[in-house]
Design a protein around this ligand. Structure first.
Ligand code: PLP
Length: 488
């Protein structure tokens, strides 16, 4: 493809995307394909010779689209939102067009500098303390764009681990590092995202998973008891992962209680994962959840969830960037440059060396919507979730299972008085399976207080009350059919 054809195909692609977006409603929200479906549709080997672009695009529509789950569909209520605003798509397009790989400041100065500035903009807008900002006078902090919240959990845990081992090595210089590693223990709540468990697995450290309270919130006294017990048993607490806006039920760990507990133990790293709920912290009415964030060493939120920005864009801030980078530095000659002692080199802030120009899309979104536009979007989702909650509460066959504060409602069929907890779980599983199989709307389950619940998340960028009513009608129709049979 030469530049003139790219000019034409690029415009056609934008048209294709626009038509996709505006006709999305007419497609099934989830595909009705079986694993391996595409193998039967595509040749078993790559083409030997170039093929016409028209053929490629024809196959996109006839072979790929039937297997796509449409996350931007108005009836998609699963997981959390996946940002996809037009300015962000354009930012990603420009990033692909420029095609630079900004692993160091010198490898593409604008990329590093825009990222630093975007992280400071966002940190201020969310309400993080100045210690997290890179451009504050005398600050050791700063932010970076990682590929995912899972990477944020991993790199912070790795930094905390390196710091923990270094401290122990100082105390016990003759003891083998492997033995010191076996003494380290990390903590999170049962409601924390599974990425914390994965980070601990990868890092070969013990993880103690703690019971949250009735509202899914990890409390200070629970953590304190666990840390004291472990210390008495000869273990060394080194990392606490907390969550603001949990995946299953959008609950909030009590940072204001946890922070002071963590600070009573020497050099324990406190991480805050606000992958989804961070978007809400742009709004003053939600900022109280951040009480205690001044005790944190790191904080993460994903604009690619609830801030209209395309995947991947996961923001991580730390209050001491040297603790993070000292755990991740490798420095071959071919990557060195004459500013590497004064400039930020993001290759030391994460796992990959190569990095895309991800700050462009965030910059485009922030300038196109302003903080006020993002607040409006988040508030609309919160209002619609409350509306859905009201509809659920009006129907006594159902109950709401979480404290609805943001865009997520967990609900379930109550079941009959004579039915056991397991039977009611089965009933709800059957309801959700039937709904999802219909392709009319899509939701996923979660476990809340050890019971099976259905998660309804407000996801679509331009969701309306009508969308919520349509979804509720579909859910209640299936529930009626399930409970009373199709003919009644
Ligand atoms: N943390 C929370 C609270 C989440 O909800 C999720 C995913 O939904 C994650 C972490 C993992 O996010 P990622 O896919 O960016 O690794």
């Amino acid at each position: 493809m030469d530049v003139e054809e790219f000019r034409v195909r690029g415009k056609e692609m934008v048209d294709y995307i626009c038509t996709y977006m505006t006709t999305l409603k007419s497609r099934r929200v989830t595909p009705s394909v079986e694993p391996g479906y595409l193998r039967n549709e595509l040749p078993s080997e790559a083409p030997e010779f170039p093929e016409p672009w028209e053929d490629v695009m024809r196959d996109v529509e006839s072979k790929i689209m039937p297997g796509v789950t449409h996350w931007q569909h108005p009836r998609f209520h699963a997981y959390f939102p996946s940002g996809n605003a037009y300015p962000s798509i354009l930012g990603d397009m420009l990033s692909a067009g420029i095609g630079c790989i900004g692993f160091s400041w010198a490898a593409s100065p604008a990329m590093t500098e825009l990222e630093i500035i975007m992280l400071d903009w966002m940190g201020k807008a969310i309400g993080l303390p100045p210690a997290f900002l890179a451009l504050e006078e005398g600050s050791k902090g700063g932010g970076v764009i990682e590929g995912s919240a899972s990477e944020c959990a991993l790199v912070t845990l790795i930094a905390a681990r390196a710091n923990g081992i270094k401290r122990l090595k100082h105390q016990f210089p003759t003891v083998d590092e492997g033995l010191l590693l076996s003494k380290l223990i990390a903590y999170c709540s049962k409601e924390a995202h599974s990425c914390v468990e994965k980070a601990a697995m990868i890092s070969f450290v013990k993880l103690r998973i703690l019971q949250p309270d009735e509202n899914g919130s990890l409390r200070g006294h629970t953590l304190k008891k666990a840390m004291e017990e472990d210390e008495q048993a000869g273990l060394v607490p080194f990392f606490v992962a907390t969550t603001l806006g949990t995946t299953s039920m959008c609950s909030f760990d009590n940072l204001a209680e946890i922070g002071p507990v963590v600070r009573r133990f020497p050099a324990v790293w406190l991480h805050v994962d606000a992958a989804y709920a961070g978007g809400a912290f742009l709004c003053p009415e939600h900022k109280s959840h951040l009480n205690g964030v001044e005790y944190a060493d790191s904080f993460n939120t994903n604009p690619n969830k609830w801030m209209l920005t395309n995947f991947d864009c996961s923001l991580l801030w730390v209050t001491n960037r040297y603790l993070l980078t000292s755990a991740l530095v490798v420095d071959p000659l071919y990557l060195q440059h004459c500013y590497d002692h004064t400039a930020i080199d993001y290759r030391h802030w994460g796992v990959p060396l190569s990095r895309r120009f991800r700050s462009l899309k965030l910059w485009f979104v922030l300038r196109s919507y302003g903080i006020s536009g993002l607040q409006k979007y988040v508030r609309k989702h919160c209002e619609l979730a409350k509306y859905f909650e009201k509809l659920v509460k009006k129907d006594d066959r159902f109950e709401v299972c979480n404290n609805v504060q943001m865009g997520l409602v967990c609900f379930r069929l109550v079941g009959g008085k004579e039915e056991s907890g397991e039977q009611v779980d089965e009933l709800n599983k059957k309801l959700l399976t039937t709904i999802n199989a219909s392709g009319k709307i899509h939701m996923v389950p979660a476990s809340v207080r050890d019971r099976y619940v259905i998660r309804f998340c407000v996801v679509a960028q331009h969701a309306t009350r009508e969308d919520i009513e349509i979804a509720w009608d579909i859910i209640t129709d299936f529930a009626t059919e399930l409970m009373e049979g199709p003919d009644k």
